[in-house]
Design a protein around this ligand. Structure first.
Ligand SMILES: NC(=O)C1=CN([C@@H]2O[C@H](COP(=O)(O)OP(=O)(O)OC[C@H]3O[C@@H](n4cnc5c(N)ncnc54)[C@H](OP(=O)(O)O)[C@@H]3O)[C@@H](O)[C@H]2O)C=CC1
Ligand SMILES: O=C([O-])CC(=O)C(=O)O
Length: 269
């Protein structure tokens, strides 16, 4: 079996789960060869506590260590992670996919140098069926997201509008617009809408309503797709991870995607 050398950018809720699984050898065909962290001392202490022996390197040095980098860091540093890997013709799995929309040059970089940007299903579901439907004609894609108010705190859109999530006492529609607009206003909350849009009819035709809902404890996403091959109605209720903005299933989605990289049998598109 081919072995893919993996580097992880960001040791937060997703990155730590991922690093521990790869380092334990539970994903055949993968080996953890490097990590990058903002706070090196904190990362060193965590790696030592987990018994993971892997170098902490600069993002610019990832290509010397890895065939594939997994981006699980703040959206703001996507360029620093993607540019060196893609220029070297390598692969980057991107979780902060909303940050790709204003940076089409990253997709061009992948094309020019034979690299690849992989957007996993992440905290969503059904991207297999949406990509299949997109091979025909999709008429509309609509998403509705409900999160506990604390899972939305800090979003630039809320800051700009002066919306206080502590004051939300009943389900409140706080945003309605396109996936592109949502990615700008909620860069750490609705990457899923962008993944859906990239699988289907693009960020300007995919719409999303975002509710701050104190009656839910999970991050809930519902999708309605109408196409000439199928009508899809899908829903997922994600248990938040240690980061309330991020569903637990996100790291597992990355693990499942990595497992498929070199597997002898591959299920799903
Ligand atoms: N596509 C999808 O379905 C989903 C995407 N996401 C996105 O995935 C990304 C990661 O999520 P999550 O793990 O929950 O986020 P966390 O905030 O838990 O972790 C991000 C980590 O990146 C670290 N970091 C910050 N700056 C740098 C840097 N310059 N170099 C390396 N590491 C850095 C942070 O360190 P420190 O804490 O010290 O600042 C932190 O440990 C987010 O952008 C999130 O929005 C999340 C859920 C679903
Ligand atoms: O985990 C979730 O519910 C989705 C999320 O944070 C994102 O898409 O950025």
């Amino acid at each position: 079996m081919t072995t893919t050398r993996i580097a992880i950018a960001g040791l937060g809720a997703i990155g730590r789960t991922l690093a521990a699984r790869i380092a334990r050898g539970t994903i055949p065909g993968t080996v953890l060869t490097a990590v990058a962290a903002r706070d090196e001392a904190k990362a060193k202490a965590w790696l030592a506590a987990e018994g993971i022996d892997v170098p902490i390197v600069a993002l610019a040095d990832f290509p010397a260590h890895a065939d594939l980098a997994v981006e699980c860091a703040p959206a703001a540093i996507i360029e620093e992670i993607c540019t060196p890997m893609l220029t070297a013709g390598k692969k980057v799995m991107v979780l902060s996919c909303g940050a790709l929309l204003p940076r089409p040059h990253l997709m061009e970089l992948a094309k020019t140098h034979g690299g690849q940007i992989i957007v996993p299903t992440g905290a969503l579901l059904g991207l297999d069926a949406v990509t299949a439907a997109a091979e025909g004609t999709i008429h509309s894609v609509r998403m509705i997201t409900r999160k506990p108010p604390k899972g939305l705190v800090g979003a630039p859109y809320l800051v700009e509008k002066g919306l206080d999530m502590d004051a939300v006492k009943e389900p409140t529609l706080i945003f309605s617009g396109t996936a592109r607009e949502a990615a700008k206003g909620f860069p750490a909350n609705v990457n899923v809408a962008v993944a859906l849009s990239l699988a289907g009819i693009g960020p300007d035709r995919t719409t999303i309503d975002i509710w701050a809902d104190p009656t839910v404890t999970r991050n809930c996403h519902a999708i309605e797709v109408d196409s000439d091959s199928a009508k899809l109605s899908l829903a997922i209720e994600n248990i938040p991870s240690e980061n309330p903005k991020t569903g637990r299933i996100t790291a597992l989605s990355v693990i499942a995607a990595l497992r498929k990289l070199n597997a002898p049998v591959r299920v799903g598109t």
